[in-house]
Design a protein around this ligand. Structure first.
Ligand code: TRH
Length: 380
């Protein structure tokens, strides 16, 4: 008999950066808050987690955060009963003893691999298919995605309504920005910059500095700061630092809590994002964006970039499509951004409208947490 109140275990190994924990923490919270499930989140690196959620006690073997049971996934695995639903995030390898515990259950659990996000078409054919077996326990592929037939995107139930309200209240935005030490000049466009190291940055900063419109660029502390320092000709940038070069103001921000990061994206006119989770959040912000994709071996990430561009730019006029695609391609090749930025600026109103349309279209799909719960419902 399936459990009345199923227990879920989510396993996360932090490969690098913040995407692995960013996605699993978001999913865990949503399964608890919106689906009333009992969720344990097993994480092998609580220091990365602490950046997104400063309330984390990095020494605790077990703790509750926002009603999620957070477990330190250490090398020495303590025997534990397997849950009803087991999610291995991004193909992480579960502890051998836990796999045995899954197989020993009277009713084997639903075991899924939550894969990386891709807009490629093959994802539709593979989503939900059986993968490997451990003894008699079957694993399934679960693919997030942008199209019908995929597992969708993480989106909290009231997210777009909260975003709409926040964006309609300039005083709420001002208050939030002031809390981060940001004093926005009324006529300046606000841009956030979260990216990996990028040799194209200098040319983009040159363009913004030379622009007739003022730009206030907000850079959370992270990997791109070295390139910003080189362009400014300064060393050791840290949160709070502010530099002006012609029309461009560059301000370094602290790395904020994950929910605060949404407010930052919602406050900006344009967001440069990266990886997976910030990329999706920038889409929910309903504003034009620039994606720095996570680089993979043999440049397979470039196919993913093109697949997304093909979907995203549908409905745009040809010049606007060429402008934004050119900008994204240049950014991801570390190439000169100057001309692409100027063309993008020319199509601003159209790109702004399109970003909102895209967001609303994407929100017509079931969100990923709901899709997972439905998958389980169909499986039992
Ligand atoms: O950090 P990322 O580059 O993460 C990843 C990992 O590299 C992963 O291994 C890879 O597979 C994946 O990308 C594709 O980018 P991402 O996914 O955007 O994760 C960043 C998280 O950090 C996201 O949840 C938002 C959060 N964040 C904050 O909470 N506060 C901040 O100030 C900022 C800038 C981000």
């Amino acid at each position: 008999m399936p459990e009345m109140n199923p227990r879920w275990d989510i396993f996360c190994t932090v490969v690098d950066n913040f995407g692995d924990i960013g996605v699993t923490w978001r999913l865990a919270r949503q399964l608890v808050a919106e689906h009333g499930l009992a969720v344990r989140l097993w994480v092998d690196d609580l220091r990365a987690f602490e950046r997104l959620c400063p309330a984390i006690d990095i020494h605790a073997a077990q703790q509750r955060q926002e009603n999620v049971e957070v477990r330190q996934w250490s090398g020495e695995w303590q025997p534990t009963a397997a849950a009803d639903v087991v999610i291995a995030a991004f193909a992480c390898q579960l502890p051998a003893a836990y796999m045995e515990a899954m197989a020993e259950r009277e009713q084997p659990p639903l075991w899924m691999n939550l894969d990386y996000l891709s807009a490629e078409d093959w994802v539709i054919g593979c989503h939900g298919l059986p993968s490997v077996k451990f003894r008699h326990v079957q694993k399934f592929f679960f693919f997030p995605g942008f199209q019908k037939g995929t597992g969708g995107l993480l989106r909290e139930r009231n997210l777009l309504e909260q975003r709409r309200q926040f964006q309609q209240r300039p005083e709420a935005q001002r208050e939030f920005l002031q809390g981060l030490g940001i004093d926005r000049a009324p006529d300046a466009q606000l841009i956030s910059l979260f990216a990996y190291e990028n040799t194209g940055l200098a040319s983009w900063l040159d363009s913004m500095a030379a622009d007739s419109t003022a730009t206030h660029l907000l850079v959370p502390e992270g990997r791109i700061l070295g390139d910003v320092e080189r362009w400014l000709g300064v060393d050791g940038l840290s949160a709070g630092d502010l530099h002006r070069r012609e029309a461009l103001t560059v301000q370094v921000l602290p790395f904020v809590r994950q929910d605060q990061y949404d407010l930052l994206l919602w406050s900006c006119d344009f967001n440069a994002v990266r990886g997976e989770d910030s990329f999706v959040r920038a889409q929910w912000a309903g504003r034009p964006l620039l994606w720095h994709i996570y680089q993979q071996e043999e440049d397979v990430h470039l196919d993913k970039l093109e697949a997304f561009l093909e979907l995203y730019t549908k409905g745009l006029s040809t010049p606007a499509r060429e402008a934004i695609s050119g900008l994204w391609r240049a950014w991801n090749a570390g190439e000169k951004m100057t001309d692409h930025w100027q063309s993008t600026r020319k199509h601003w109103p159209e790109l702004e409208k399109h970003a909102e349309t895209w967001c609303l279209e994407q929100a017509l799909q079931a969100d990923l947490a709901t899709a997972l719960v439905q998958f389980y419902g169909n499986w039992i």
